[in-house]
Design a protein around this ligand. Structure first.
Ligand code: ATP
Ligand code: MG
Length: 230
């Protein structure tokens, strides 16, 4: 089934444990995320933020309860989910091929112009233009050619090319200094205008740009509020 805007995410009575008998990582979590909302999820290391991201994207099945996108369970959508939800993981994966191919995974039809356009939007145009082979420069597997922040920008450029309505960024700024972090957050907010953004972090940097902040602790959302009022 083809899903249509406004792409509402609804999490209902969600429980999750990795292994039978283990304690619940997520426990009776309820959350509704409106289409276009910019939501920050905060929580300490180990609180279950990345686990929750995987559950939202349907990469893991709930132990109990549901995660729905427009009333469809994400865990049952299969590969279709990648048309709706894009994730940038804590350590973005780069492929051992050219920058061009790394960008166009999922959209091989992108024109030269469009590739440069997204690179500009994420602030990588100058860096790539200065490389001798430009878009054909090989990215080594570990992504060592690029800094942590540059890798996240490349991953963002890939997601912008794919043009999905919901984007989950899992600690995209973990390796960045505060100024670069603030700049990256501003870029993301601007570029993802009208799209849903779920920003997972344990920093307070940039939160004032978000519509809502929720805190994950002991498997539940302990607090929720307008970042301007925190
Ligand atoms: P961080 O801020 O450090 O990224 P997080 O909030 O993203 O932490 P998760 O990665 O979701 O935390 O992990 C939540 C809990 O689940 C942790 O106790 C972790 O050890 C456990 N966990 C994570 N992945 C697995 C797995 N594949 N199998 C078993 N336990 C796991
Ligand atoms: Mg994590």
């Amino acid at each position: 089934a083809k899903l249509d805007t406004p792409y509402t995410i609804e999490i209902k009575h969600l429980d999750f444990r990795y292994t039978d008998g283990d304690k619940l990582i997520i426990e009776d979590l309820n959350l509704k995320i409106a289409g276009g909302e910019k939501l920050a999820i905060l929580g300490r290391s180990g609180s279950g933020k990345s686990t929750l991201a995987n559950l939202i994207r349907g990469d893991r099945r709930p132990t109990r309860g549901t995660v729905e996108l427009n009333q469809q369970e994400t865990a049952l959508l299969g590969d279709d989910i990648s048309n709706y939800i894009g994730v940038i993981h804590q350590t973005p994966y780069l492929f051992n091929t050219s920058i061009r191919n790394n960008l166009s995974i999922g959209d091989e039809s992108a024109s030269e112009q469009r590739l440069w356009d997204v690179l500009e939007r994420v602030g990588l145009k100058q860096l790539v233009a200065a490389l001798p082979e430009q878009l054909d420069t090989l990215v080594d597997e570990a992504g060592l050619r690029f800094s942590g922040g540059e890798r996240h920008r490349l991953a963002l450029a890939r997601i912008l090319l794919k043009d999905v309505p919901i984007i989950i960024l899992d600690e995209p700024t973990v390796s960045l200094d505060p100024v670069t972090e603030q700049e990256l957050i501003e870029t993301f907010i601007k570029e993802l205008h009208g799209k849903t953004l779920i920003w997972i972090t344990h920093h307070l940097q940039g939160l004032s740009l978000m519509d809502r902040v929720v805190f994950l602790e002991d498997g539940r959302l302990q607090m929720s509020g307008d970042p301007q009022k925190l």
